[in-house]
Design a binder for this molecule. Structure first.
Ligand code: FAD
Length: 457
């Protein structure tokens, strides 16, 4: 539904022509990356400064309009698209990236800076950024903070929350909260970055962040190691963590997913024989870790085959067996993406049980499993059912929670999982969530349909 001209005029007083009503332009902001969540909106606003963001939030509060903050729109739980006709607040215009502070090993970045640009800038200054995810070309600093993005290197450097040393954000009241000093020790009350990280745009709009950088590790070795069973791969992952302090990534892939990647991309299978389970590991250090990696792999039991790569192109080839899973699965239609985390003691049981559980719920459904197994995180992707059929989501999330896991490891709750939030959070926790939401966004302007129900449920 179109907005009254006076409303559009009020928003244009803040951002001028960057309040866009052209339906074709707005439509490009209303569907999520998977294609599963398709919304609609009368308007997209694209501020370039924190003051403009504050002006937009204030105006929407006065006009009783709901906003959906959006960064790179790579989120996978339907949290960044306007499913109920909200105004889209695109943060991609906040692109300031300051020079790296060498003494502190930190950098201040605008919310709209893409992860790949942040990584490139850190690298040019002789540093590295600790978080890496496959959507790096589009995912933004603001979106990664809002979702507390994890990814491939959590094992070594922690999640996004562990990188954020300071934050600037606009609360739902329109007030600007700025604490960008980057002090490593600063015990002066509540920790804003910790609170806003993972809040999925429901408490505040992130406009800039002070981020910790890590020393670069120029030598890298990647190994794809084959096993007969998930249990053996998980035992090996534990041993490798202990044997290789410079282990940076430890990912699990299974034969059906590797077959799909090969047929979707035209890649050859990794080994002449088809093995059921694989660990993809990356070890990164200041000196060549190939010898220590080979030694560590030799000490673990149950290894059926190993491929090792040190050259960047060959390393990228091995990584493709893991990273191309997402695009390969998407060729089968919009998947249900259920990103869960399990205690490591229950992970093998979960992986072995979930395909049959899914098939029992919906016989046409097909399960694809892969993930950041070093930290217990497994991505359950399900194809072969319609976007609004929630039977599979229900059985998978209940299975994960029943085994002591969490219904969201790193993608968040968004709109996709909010009806199951009580599986992972107690009534007391949910009541505290609602109090926080009310305190920072009293009129429910920011993402009212994400995480908690508008009604507060
Ligand atoms: C191929 C692929 C691989 C991926 N791999 C991983 C992975 O390994 N690990 C992982 O954690 N995620 C992964 N993701 C998911 C996604 O990339 C992350 O969730 C990412 O952090 C989202 O960033 P974004 O800028 O695209 O945010 P968006 O998708 O635009 O938004 C995500 C959420 O954040 C909110 N938001 C966005 N910007 C702001 C802001 N400035 N202030 C407040 N709220 C905001 C939105 O309202 C929404 O709720 C992957 C996605 C894809 C497509």
């Amino acid at each position: 539904m179109a907005l009254p001209p006076r409303v559009v005029e009020r928003l244009r007083q803040v951002v001028g022509p960057r309040a866009v009503t052209d339906p074709e332009v707005v439509a490009s902001y209303t569907t999520d990356w998977t294609g599963r969540f398709v919304g609609h909106s009368p308007l997209m606003v694209r501020p370039r400064t924190t003051d403009e963001v504050a002006g937009i939030v204030t105006a929407c509060r006065e006009l009783e309009l709901a906003l959906v903050p959006q960064g790179g729109n790579t989120g996978l739980v339907g949290g960044g698209v306007p499913l109920r006709g909200e105004v889209v607040l695109s943060l991609t215009g906040l692109k300031d990236l300051e020079a790296v502070d060498d003494r502190a090993g930190q950098v201040t970045a605008g919310a709209g800076v893409a992860l790949a640009d942040l990584q490139q800038s850190a690298s040019a200054a002789g540093w590295s950024y600790g978080v890496d995810i496959a959507s790096r070309d589009s995912a933004t600093v603001g979106g990664m903070i809002a979702t507390n993005a994890g990814g491939l290197r959590v094992l070594r450097y922690g999640d996004t929350r562990a990188q954020v040393m300071g934050l600037e954000a606009v609360l739902g009241t329109g007030a600007v909260l700025s604490h960008l000093g980057g002090l490593v020790k600063d015990n002066t009350g509540y920790h804003w970055p910790g609170l806003v990280c993972g809040s999925e745009g429901t408490l505040a709009v992130v406009t800039a962040a002070r981020l910790r950088l890590v020393p670069p590790m120029p030598y890298r070795t990647v190994a794809l190691v084959a096993f007969a069973a998930v249990d053996s791969a998980l035992d090996a992952a534990g041993l490798l963590r202990r044997a290789l302090p410079s282990l940076e990534a430890c990912e699990l892939v299974l034969a059906p997913g590797v077959d799909l990647v090969c047929s979707a991309t035209g890649m050859h299978p990794p080994f002449p024989v088809r093995h059921p389970v694989f660990l993809l590991i990356e070890v990164a250090d200041r000196t060549d870790p190939t010898g220590s990696t080979a030694e560590a792999v030799e000490t673990i039991g149950g290894v059926l085959d190993v491929a090792v790569a040190t050259e960047p192109a060959r390393r990228a080839d091995l990584w493709r067996y893991r990273e191309a899973h997402t695009e390969a699965i998407n060729t089968l239609g919009a998947p249900h993406k259920l990103d869960v985390t399990l205690p490591l003691g229950a992970l093998a049981e979960f992986v072995d049980t979930v395909p049959a559980t899914v098939a029992a719920a919906v016989p046409t459904a097909r399960t694809w499993l892969f993930g950041h197994v070093g930290d217990g995180n497994i991505h359950v992707n399900v194809t072969g059912l319609s976007p609004d059929d929630y039977r599979v989501d229900d059985v998978v999330l209940r299975l994960a929670a029943g085994l002591g896991g969490s219904i969201s490891a790193e993608h968040g709750i968004g709109t996709a999982k909010k009806r199951w939030l009580s599986l992972s959070r107690s009534p007391t926790e949910l009541a505290a969530f609602r109090s926080l939401k009310h305190a920072l966004d009293p009129d429910n302007v920011l993402n009212p349909n994400v995480l908690l129900d508008s009604a507060g449920g």
